[in-house]
Write a protein that binds this ligand. Structure first.
Ligand SMILES: [Zn+2]
Length: 270
């Protein structure tokens, strides 16, 4: 599943072919994605793109008339192709540009989204989102205060988009392992020091993935490019029954908040 670093990389990969250019039209081949594709998109014609940005895992294409909001869902990808490249299965949306390029969206499982809004400030999907993990707003002070009196499992707390966006399941597992904190530790019991460590580790892991993404950036530009999801170096995720890389004890797994969780009870404390 594309996580925040993949979306950031996708945005950086497609931006040079879109920003400052004009959308000639958008072809929607499949309107039934996670939500109905906004009908406004098929009606756009000769609209200039002024910028690209990202909020949580949403791509935002800024135009002179409003904003196109994209989400890659479980299996979606965007790439830049030439305008004579044949359409493949699951290519659900083409944004045809005046520079001879097409931004093409492919999504086998169709959990992604393409929506339109006139106003980002009151866009419904953004209303309840917590801060961006790489912003200054996401600080140890913030996380510590936010966690007070929270009786939820720390892992569930960190994955809550209202607390902070972009900490997916794999990152949550890896970060907690690196911090020596048990995923079931109650969020309200973390110390200020632990909040500092968590915030620093989350930022470091996401930044590392984004930097690493730069090296796979070409995948977004090639017509036969694979989605370009990152092969992460995982220490704990998916390793149930294997030996902990730190102490050698057996790695355990458990469903926490309905998500697969992996941990070492020797290294990670409640
Ligand atoms: Zn261990």
């Amino acid at each position: 599943m594309p996580e925040l670093p993949e979306v950031e990389t996708a945005k950086n990969g497609i931006a040079p072919y879109l920003t400052g250019f004009t959308i000639e039209k958008i072809i929607v081949r499949q309107t039934k994605l996670r939500w109905q594709v906004s009908p406004e998109l098929s009606q756009l014609s000769l609209v200039k793109i002024t910028a690209l940005s990202r909020r949580a895992k949403y791509l935002i294409i800024h135009t002179e008339q409003g904003f196109i909001i994209g989400h890659l869902g479980m299996s979606g990808s965007v790439r830049i192709v030439e305008n004579n490249d044949p359409v493949e299965k699951h290519d659900h949306l083409d944004m045809i540009m005046n520079n001879g390029k097409i931004m093409r969206y492919n999504d086998p499982r169709r959990f992604g989204a393409w929506l339109w809004t006139d106003n980002l400030d009151n866009f419904h999907l953004f209303m309840k989102l917590g801060p961006e993990p790489l912003s200054d707003q996401f600080s140890a002070d913030y996380l510590f205060k936010k966690s007070r009196k929270k009786h939820t499992a720390l892992k569930v707390f960190l994955m809550d988009n209202a607390v902070v966006v972009g900490v997916g399941n794999i990152y949550a597992n890896e970060v907690l392992f690196q911090c020596g904190l048990h995923p079931q530790k109650l969020a309200g019991t973390i110390t200020k020091k632990q909040a500092e460590l968590l915030v620093a580790t989350i930022k470091k892991e996401l930044q590392r993935a984004i930097q690493q993404g730069g090296t796979t950036l070409k995948d977004f530009l090639q017509p036969d490019g694979k989605p370009g999801y990152f092969a992460q170096e995982l220490q704990i995720y998916g390793k149930a029954g294997k030996n902990c890389p730190t102490c050698g004890a057996k790695i355990e797994s458990l469903l926490i908040g309905q998500r697969n969780s992996f941990f070492c009870t020797k290294c990670q404390k409640k």
